[in-house]
Write a protein that binds this ligand. Structure first.
Ligand SMILES: [Zn+2]
Length: 290
């Protein structure tokens, strides 16, 4: 777990070297948000903060998202709206209670549109002493550059192996795991009518872009584990024993697949047309098989 960069913030804070606003890039938004809240507890816990402090009012309020001086903004629908930023400005025009600073966290900062970003910029240009801001994103490239240029950038990346296995073990994801397995089987073994699989296996079953993303994320996990098995590294490929045929692939084949999957996921984050992306994936995959 790479929480070290967040831990540095505690040090900077006590040395009075903390910036007004940070932009945090992470590969796991929810984990990062939890760790960020932990960092905020460390800054403001009146006791010497210990893991799971439940002695103090402030840590309790942070846990329950009720601390008046901490505002977490998430996209409403597909965007962070100008109104949300105006609301924040209004709330923070008063002096913080309980903590020395007012703190805001903008989750999915890449979802700010031109008008919310503009409103935010005015806020950033007149920084008040007692406001501390955090933008959190899973893709730095998609954050509006005027915001980016005003932030200190830090990266909080998590070792995915453990998280990944949790993803496939989570019963909430069993549907996506089954779809991923079927899709892989069709593409790797059946191989005919490849483009039809996108419709029959994926698009007819999954209504949201986010759902397709989950299936592809699980595919990355599966190919990663097969690669680890191939290399005799620690792996959990036994969990996918019905996909044993993947072990016939050689190292380069698996790497190429992982590369295509990662390209797909990157493009998916950038609003490209879903069907076109899926077709592209299948075509590039079969190109290589010939
Ligand atoms: Zn505490």
């Amino acid at each position: 777990m790479a929480v070290t960069d967040l831990d540095k913030l505690v040090k900077y804070y006590h040395e009075n070297k903390i910036a007004h606003v940070y932009l945090i890039e992470t590969n796991n938004l929810n984990n990062c948000l939890n760790d960020l809240k932990k960092t905020i507890k460390k800054l403001f816990c009146p006791n010497k903060y210990e893991e799971n402090c439940n002695k103090c009012n402030i840590c309790n309020l942070i846990d329950q998202n009720y601390l008046p001086s901490l505002k977490i903004i998430e996209p409403l629908g597909s965007n962070i709206k100008k109104e949300q930023i105006l609301e924040l400005k209004k709330t923070f025009s008063s002096i913080p209670i309980y903590t020395k600073n007012n703190i805001y966290i903008i989750k999915n900062a890449e979802k700010m549109n031109a008008s919310s970003a503009n409103t935010m910029l005015k806020f950033l240009e007149e920084p008040e002493e007692n406001i501390l801001g955090f933008f959190v994103t899973n893709n730095l490239n998609n954050v509006i550059s005027t915001i980016k240029s005003r932030c200190e950038i830090i990266k909080v990346f998590y070792d995915n192996h453990e998280l990944d296995i949790k993803t496939v073990d989570n019963p909430d994801n069993s549907k996506y795991l089954e779809i991923a397995k079927t899709y892989i089987y069709k593409l790797e073994v059946e191989k005919k009518d490849s483009i039809m699989y996108n419709r029959n296996v994926l698009l007819n079953e999954l209504s949201e872009r986010e759902d397709v993303k989950k299936v592809f994320h699980i595919m990355v996990i599966i190919y990663n584990e097969s690669l680890n098995k191939l290399l005799n590294l620690n792996n959990e490929f036994a969990k996918f024993s019905d996909l044993d045929y993947l072990l016939k692939l050689n190292y380069d084949d698996v790497l190429k697949r992982l590369k295509l999957l990662n390209n797909f996921l990157d493009n998916l984050n950038s609003n490209a047309n879903l069907e076109l992306l899926l077709d592209k994936y299948v075509i590039e995959l079969s190109d290589r098989n010939e």
